[in-house]
Design a protein around this ligand. Structure first.
Ligand code: SF4
Length: 875
């Protein structure tokens, strides 16, 4: 580049200068000083900055106006369900912009557009494509019917068309990577008719061996044969080109991942390896990391072009609006009370005391009806005075709700109500002190002032959806300059100078990143020659290749689980890791991340506790025993310490509560049937269902959904009761509590349990006894292997309670249709093993053996003590 500038400037010693067009604004500050020393009259810029030289003839229509236009049309056409319309409007606007930027020259008459679309009908006569083409056509009409209103994309194109007239310089140098769109290429072609234009490729000027190595691995001409590939390269690369350059780190938890990234950054800063570049594929982790870095005083620049909706302040506003949308619930109030902005106008200690008091009060309510009663029971002294108390908070909560009672309003009116709400809940002032908060408030002011938003009438839900989309579209502008850490996207990383690089979110769901085109399929996109899935993958591979080729120190991180779903390493990196292993017998994975975690991230030993024998519970129940087998440490906290949640925090009715009610109904039905033998089982179960459900429904309407579900199971359940009767089983007891002392080697223990049902019948001269355990599950949800190996200990333990009989035992799966019984094989043997195992546990405990924390992930996911055992920090 420098050489080209020197060469060109010689030809125009006293001319008007040289124009240099680069692909990224970051390059201006990097190349500018060097070029200025060689050629003071050279001007370095980008296409988008240049385009600003051209005055516009028409007004640029705002993104929101265009979305609103499409939303109204979609409403009119009723093409999609109402709740998707804002998403579709946003998607349609994006598609129109992409089409414009990719040089689809829109005809100004409908006939010509119909001709373009006709090829869609011919290329694929599938119904969805016809439908999509119809949508595209209508949207085109909407967005292009007025020449007065341009979109940003259309304005850019119009400016580029007239740009050659505004370029006075003698010669032009353009880096080829700047030419993304046809309109830019066209502009350069036009300029080259008038003056010398020199194009410079910015990559591949001196392709490295390593680049070739990677290129042929990721983009083989034929299907990759790894053995051949290794054979081809092992002579040339006797030493690994990657060792010491690229490392991969995997984490199970979000917190772990962010902590590790923090430590890594702290180390790099300490060793002066700055600036550091973070390539952010995972925006959730990157947002969190940004917040952590800022709180530690590390300067951050956000070049990811992220949107306002990812900021914490928007999440806070979302909590408030969700509360309005769903009505006041306990969970919603807890979330509101946790917001740092709620009641923030109060002085600190009083605010904390008040919020704590409120949380304690609402925490005691088990049902929504109690919460509503508390909210509406207000003393006379509710006016907001100098000192806020519980009564006044209730009053402002209800007043906040009443602000949104109106059924329909304009988009602007809803925004004004939001401002009123934030003021009423004493949040506005604090939000305006937050950097992102100020941007949010400014945006809301602008939206409210827009004339178009003052027209029309929308429901609260429509407005809320619209606002969410707007916040997804507007970019958050960070305020840091010359930062130590720069966040960027993969496609931009070539232009960011850095000494060390961290890639966040390199799992298969995020790398390569493929944008979701929820409305328009690849068929429509390829018709208009827009990038499709394959192109995005190809581009991501090229971008990663450039990143690896140009960086000396990279750490690539990913999470093995995302939102409860298992994820794996990105396929590109997975190939890299496996190839490296085969070729150099060395993994790129960081095996022990603990060694890198000194400054902020501590690891701990896995906890284990010795229990004094006198503290052991006196009675052995099936659930206590099962907890010990699942995780002894969990059992220690629950059964020995007795540390349980102090109050239920779930708003909904849980399946466990539903199960208890069903057990009661079935037990009562047995009694009813004994009293009223003419009743069928169906009648008996139905009658008790009506009686018991009526009671719970009065307390909490959430039971209604479970009633509908239970009604769907009743026919199969009553048929199973009939079947047992036809098989001559007589019910001996239901929900019956048993206790028995068991002894072995001078040790004794009390075993106890409530048996759901036990039946007996005579077969010839033998008395058969069977214990039954109702399961509100499908039989597929339980592993037969677990039953046989004694992992499901409930029935074998109950067999100990009835050891005077030779019993059988079966699990009864009420969610199967027909209801299925699964009998425990070799019950006697299994039952003996299980009680023997208990005596061994007892002896070991008395001998001082610890109860360690250990469990499978599925058990830990349901465990309420995750924070206590701190599994994520174990070495
Ligand atoms: S989180 Fe897992 S290991 Fe920790 S106590 Fe709970 S079950 Fe045990």
């Amino acid at each position: 580049m420098v050489h080209e500038v020197q060469h060109l400037i010689k030809d125009y010693p006293s001319g008007k200068g040289i124009l240099i067009i680069v692909p990224h604004a970051k390059l201006i500050s990097q190349l500018g000083p060097l070029i200025a020393t060689l050629a003071p009259r050279a001007h370095i810029t980008t296409f988008s900055i240049l385009a600003e030289r051209v005055p516009l003839k028409a007004r640029i229509m705002g993104e929101f106006e265009r979305q609103q236009l499409i939303y109204d049309a979609l409403n009119e056409h009723q093409w999609f369900n109402a709740r998707y319309r804002w998403n579709f409007a946003e998607e349609a606007v994006k598609l129109m912009d992409e089409l414009s930027l990719h040089g689809i020259v829109w005809p100004h008459d409908e006939k010509s557009l119909v001709q373009i679309l006709a090829s869609a009908y011919q290329s694929a006569l599938s119904q969805p494509l016809v439908f999509e083409a119809k949508v595209v056509y209508t949207l085109w009409q909407l967005l292009h019917s007025s020449h007065e209103c341009l979109s940003v994309a259309m304005a850019y194109i119009e400016r580029l068309q007239r740009l050659p007239q505004f370029i006075g310089e003698d010669a032009i140098i353009v880096m080829e990577a700047s030419l993304h769109y046809p309109s830019e290429k066209y502009c350069i072609e036009e300029l080259s008719q008038q003056k010398p234009v020199k194009r410079i490729p910015i990559i591949n000027t001196s392709p490295s061996d390593f680049r070739e190595w990677l290129y042929h691995l990721w983009m083989p001409e034929q299907p990759l044969n790894l053995v051949e590939w290794i054979h081809r390269y092992e002579a040339r690369f006797r030493l690994s080109p990657i060792t010491g350059r690229i490392k991969i780190a995997a984490y199970n938890h979000f917190e772990e991942e962010v902590q590790y990234a923090l430590n890594w950054i702290a180390e790099k800063i300490a060793s002066q390896q700055i600036p550091i570049m973070i390539v952010a594929q995972d925006r959730q982790a990157a947002r969190r990391l940004q917040a952590c870095l800022s709180s530690k005083g590390i300067s951050v620049e956000d070049g990811t072009g992220w949107v306002l909706s990812t900021t914490t302040v928007v999440a806070g506003v979302h909590v408030c609006l969700s509360l309005i949308q769903q009505g006041i619930t306990r969970q919603g109030l807890f979330e509101l009370f946790h917001l740092p902005w709620f009641l923030s106008a109060l002085a600190e200690p009083e605010r904390d005391v008040l919020l704590e008091q409120l949380k304690n009060t609402i925490g005691q309510f088990a049902h929504l009806s109690q919460l509503n009663k508390w909210l509406n029971q207000r003393s006379l002294d509710e006016e907001i005075g100098q000192v806020l108390g519980e009564e006044q908070v209730k009053a402002i909560l209800l007043r906040g709700l009443s602000l949104f009672q109106q059924t329909q309003a304009s988009l602007s009116d809803w925004i004004h109500k939001l401002f009123e709400l934030l003021e009423l809940w004493l949040m506005l002032e604090a939000i305006q002190q937050d950097h992102a908060g100020r941007q949010l408030m400014d945006l809301l002011q602008q939206l409210a002032a827009n004339q178009q938003h003052q027209q029309g009438s929308y429901t609260f839900n429509e407005w809320f959806k619209w606002l969410e989309r707007i916040l997804e579209m507007n970019h958050y502008q960070p305020d840091s300059q010359q930062a130590q850490v720069v966040f960027t996207q993969l496609s931009q990383c070539l232009y960011i100078p850095s000494k060390a690089t961290l890639v966040l979110g390199a799992d298969n769901s995020q790398l390569p990143y493929i944008p979701n085109n929820i409305l328009f399929s690849d068929a429509v996109r390829s018709l208009f020659q827009l990038p499709i899935r394959e192109n995005f993958i190809h581009q991501a591979i090229l971008d990663l290749l450039e990143l690896f080729d140009h960086s000396d120190s990279i750490i690539v991180m990913y999470r093995t689980e995302n939102g409860g779903i298992k994820t794996t390493l990105s396929p590109m990196l997975d190939i890299l890791e496996n190839t490296h292993l085969s070729m150099y017998h060395e993994s790129l994975m960081l095996c022990n991340t603990a060694q890198h975690t000194t400054p902020y991230f501590k690891t701990i030993e896995r906890p284990s506790v010795v229990i004094p024998p006198q503290r052991l519970p006196k009675t052995l129940t099936a659930s206590f025993y099962q907890r010990i087998l699942n995780c002894p440490y969990q059992s220690f906290i629950y059964d020995v310490l007795g540390l349980k949640k102090s109050f239920p925090v779930k708003e909904e009715v849980t399946k466990a509560e539903f199960g208890q009610l069903v057990h009661q109904i079935l037990s009562l039905s047995v009694e009813t049937k004994r009293r009223q033998s003419q009743y069928s089982w169906l009648q008996s179960i139905q009658e008790n269902t009506d009686k018991l459900w009526q009671r719970v429904l009065e307390q909490d309407p959430y039971w209604r959904a479970w009633l509908v579900y239970w009604n769907s199971l009743i026919p199969a359940v009553s048929q199973w009761f009939e079947k047992r009767e036809l098989e001559h089983w007589k019910i001996q007891g239901s929900e019956q509590w048993f206790k028995k002392i068991k002894t072995k080697d001078h040790q004794s223990t009390e075993v106890a349990g409530s048996i759901d049902r036990w039946d007996a019948r005579m077969k010839e001269d033998t008395l058969l006894v069977e214990i039954l355990d109702y399961k509100l599950k499908n039989s597929k949800q339980i592993s037969k292997k677990d039953i046989e190996l004694g992992e499901e200990i409930q029935l074998p333990l109950y067999a100990q309670l009835m050891d005077e009989y030779e019993v059988n035992a079966s699990y009864v799966f009420l969610e199967d249709d027909p209801v299925k019984e699964v009998t425990v094989n070799h019950l006697g043997e299994l039952s003996q093993q299980i009680i023997d195992r208990w005596f061994i546990i007892l002896q070991d405990t008395q001998d001082g053996m610890g109860w360690p924390a250990h469990a499978e992930t599925t058990i830990c996911q349901r465990c309420q003590y995750q924070g206590l055992c701190r599994k994520q920090f174990w070495q």
